[in-house]
Structure formats: C-alpha cells, structure tokens
Design a protein around this ligand. Structure first.
Ligand SMILES: CC(=O)SCCNC(=O)CCNC(=O)[C@H](O)C(C)(C)COP(=O)(O)OP(=O)(O)OC[C@H]1O[C@@H](n2cnc3c(N)ncnc32)[C@H](O)[C@@H]1OP(=O)(O)O
Length: 409
C-alpha cells in the first residue's frame, strides 16, 4: 500500500472531516458544530493521508499559547482531529502523521504540543505525558449544603439569554485564563465553542441556560447549564448539567454553585470537567456525596526541552541535571542542566553528571505542576542518580494551583 501524506487543501475539507467523523463512529455532528470546526481548522497545519483519492488519515494542529507556572504563555500546537480509517489501521499511518507533525511543530518554533486523547494509551509512545487532570462531579444536591462565605448574599443572580450574554461571559472567562497553568490563549472563533447547543446533543435536557452573577452592576461570574427534568412515580429527580461555572471572586463562585444546587425539582448537579483542586470541594458540606472522579485531561509533549523548561518558573530554587531519553525526537536526547527559581530559569546542554534520569514523557507529565516527580519515581519512571535531587526537583516543579484545561479541542 502506498499512501500520500500532504497538507490539507480547502476543497478537501468536507471529505477529510467526514472521514474523521466516520473514525469516531459515523454519527454526523450538528451543522452548527461542523461549521465551527470548519472555521477553526488551520489548513496549513492540517494533514490528510490519501490512498488514491480516498482519505484514510487526518490530523491537525491549532495555534495555542498555553499558560505555564509563573504566568507566561508558551506557543503550543493543539493536536487535534487525529484519525485513521478502520480499513487502514495498524499499518503505521498514525506514526507517520505524528512524525511529520512533530517535525513541523519544531520548525514552526513551538516548544510544546498538547492534546486530549480519545484513549490515553495512544500517545505515550510519541513522548506525550498526562500533564493535567480533571475531576467529574455528581453532587447529591438534596444532601450537600454549600457553606457560602461572607458576601455571597450580596451577589445578584439573573437568568439571561446565553447568546445575548455571550460577550460579557467571555470577558469574565478571559480574565480567568492564566490563573491556572494549562489554560489556553486562543484566536478568534473559540468563543463560539461554549455556546454549541444542538438539540441532538442534549439527550432530553433543556436548551443551554445561563445565569450571570452581578455585584454593583458589574458581571463577576456566570454559570451555563442544562436542566434535565426526570421523575419517578411523581417524585421529581431532575439533573442539572453544569457546563461552565466561572467567577472572579469566592462569593460570586459560591453564589453560583449554591444556586445550581438549590434549583427546585432537581436532586443532582453534574459537572464533567472541573480542576482537581476546585474550591467547590471546600464549599460543600459532604465531599463523599459529590461523586468525585478524576481522569487524564491534557497530554503534554515537550518538543524543545530546553526552551520549554526555561519558559516556566519554579516554586523553589533548583539546580539539577536531567538525563533525558527521547527516542521519537532525538534532538532532545541527552543531558540538560536546569537552574531556576520563582523569578526565571535557564536550561542548557551540559556534559556534567546527571542527577535525574527520565524520559521526555515524564517531563511532559510534570511540566505544568500536576503530577509530582516523586510519584513518577515511585512508579520507576524517574531515577534519582544524586541523593536529594528528586525532592529538590519535585518541589520546584510544583504549582500553587492545579493545572487545568477548561475545554476540549
Ligand atoms: C488528539 C486526538 O485527536 S485523539 C483521537 C484519536 N483517534 C481515534 O481514537 C479514532 C479511532 N482510532 C483511530 O483512528 C486509529 O486507530 C488511531 C489513530 C488511534 C491509530 O492509528 P493507526 O494508524 O492504527 O496507528 P499506527 O499503526 O501508527 O500505530 C502505532 C502504534 O500505536 C499503537 N496503537 C495504535 N492505536 C492504539 C490504541 N488505540 N491504543 C493503544 N495502542 C495503539 C499500535 O499498536 C502501534 O504500536 P506498535 O508500534 O508497538 O506496533
């Protein structure tokens, strides 16, 4: 079989995207969602693999800047829309696309590649580590009380039309980008993503509802959610499906969650993607009844180890030499000396003896401050070669808040 891997052309997008949908089960997305992804696709950063005139492989890369510990934003390829036709699987097509893509990302001068995986087992071989996690909540709102802080009662909540309020909600959201590592600065068009609301995706729930939180006439937060009425022998058992809960201060945040947990005729509040250290977990009276489940979220690949490690700051002074293994991107392979603290860092090639040995995948996992290097060492994936180096590096790589990716891509 000979296939041709090339950059996507405008007139190929429809056929290309249809093959991507087919690889994910063949259920067509709503026209609204399809149009959004069409508009967001960056053709010159997308690939199709063609067997004759049949598209058998797809992959793309959005232009993002990822927030990292210390507050900088680092250019990153947001790897997306990866698929290989079921008729052509396990013949190396994914590998060929990952090869081409990581070479291109390097040539574009982007030190990071990030993605959310359909299955976590796919991308480790290409040097990606799980760099952020997310928590799903299923709150029993009949039993859980919100212990709201002072000032919560001064927050005014109002139902608004989600589309009409989109601009001011986006303005609030943008003020939160960068408050956690892992959040994305993106280009125009992405503000449409949280408003997608096709009936076919609702599963019987209401259209998207929106409540804004105001103080002194200023918007200080918002919640977007669906209400799914359910009942059992005339007992209301409705479910609130929270899509976004965003606020600029603790009182507004508590007011929004208290509202969601208090809606009549409902007894459950679900939220699929929250930070693992979400303050809601400290607002509730009974964490056991919040059904917390944690899973992998954004996978991170250091495309240029030196540039990436220099771009963030470190919670404590650090001076360690890493022996990095990177078979897929051998330009990263070898020894790097990282020195840094809360103000800045430098990371350079060195011949000095190594203090810690690990693969680029572990660096990706630890990069945003989520998984501890100590935890990875416990799994045998980081080796300490100088006593004390592991603790020193683990503390330095931490983050004061858990990294979080608020939405998929
Ligand atoms: C960022 C995103 O877009 S995530 C979306 C990923 N896409 C999907 O899940 C859609 C459905 N699946 C597919 O399209 C394909 O099966 C893909 C893209 C996952 C894999 O494509 P393929 O061309 O079959 O992969 P390829 O042949 O290059 O495999 C490379 C290696 O990865 C392994 N691999 C491939 N898919 C998987 C998987 N799902 N789980 C574990 N290992 C996998 C292969 O076994 C192979 O291992 P080997 O080198 O040890 O033999």
């Amino acid at each position: 079989m000979t296939t041709d891997l090339r950059t996507l052309r405008r007139d190929e997008w429809d056929r290309w995207y249809a093959r991507l949908e087919l690889a994910f089960g063949g259920v067509a997305e709503s026209p609204q969602e399809r149009r959004l992804w069409d508009d967001l696709t960056e053709l010159d950063r997308s690939y199709g693999v063609w067997d004759g005139d049949e598209c058998v492989g797809t992959a793309g890369a959005f232009s993002f800047r990822v927030s990292v510990p210390g507050g900088a934003f680092v250019a990153a390829a947001g790897v997306t829309m990866v698929s290989v036709a079921a008729t052509h699987r396990r013949r190396g097509i994914l590998t060929s696309m990952m090869r081409r893509q990581l070479d291109d990302v390097r040539a574009w001068g982007e030190p990071l590649a990030v993605l959310t995986a359909s299955e976590p087992a796919i991308y480790g071989r290409f040097g990606y580590g799980v760099g952020t996690r997310q928590a799903a909540l299923t709150i029993d709102s009949t039993r859980v009380r919100i212990d709201a802080p002072a000032g919560t009662d001064d927050v005014r909540l109002r139902f608004v039309d989600a589309a009409e309020a989109a601009e001011r909600c986006e303005a609030v959201y943008l003020r939160t980008v960068g408050t956690r590592p892992g959040m994305l600065a993106r280009g125009a068009g992405w503000e449409r993503l949280p408003l997608l609301d096709a009936e076919q995706d609702r599963g019987g729930a209401s259209p998207l509802l929106c409540v804004v939180a105001e103080r002194d006439g200023e918007t200080v937060g918002f919640a977007r959610f669906h209400n799914k009425p359910e009942s059992e022998f005339a007992v209301a058992r409705g479910r609130i499906q929270a899509r976004d809960v965003t606020a600029l201060d603790p009182a507004a945040y508590a007011a929004l969650w208290r509202f969601l947990c208090d809606i009549d005729l409902t007894e459950t509040v679900e939220a699929r993607n929250r930070p693992v250290d979400d303050p809601i977990l400290s607002l509730v009276s009974d964490i056991r009844r919040c059904g917390v489940r944690v899973r992998d979220s954004m996978h991170v690949r250091l495309v240029e180890v030196g540039v990436a490690l220099e771009a963030r700051t470190y919670l404590a002074p650090v001076d360690v030499v890493f022996e990095v293994e990177d078979a897929f991107c051998p330009w990263n392979q070898g020894r790097w000396r990282l020195t840094g603290d809360t103000k800045g860092a430098s990371c350079e090639r060195t011949d000095d003896r190594a203090d810690l040995a690990l693969s680029v995948r572990e660096l990706g996992a630890a990069y945003l401050g989520d998984v501890s290097l100590v935890e990875l060492a416990g799994a045998g994936r980081v080796r300490e070669l100088r006593q004390g180096a592991l603790a020193e590096a683990a503390v330095a790589f931490g983050s004061t808040v858990a990294p979080w990716l608020p939405h998929g891509f």
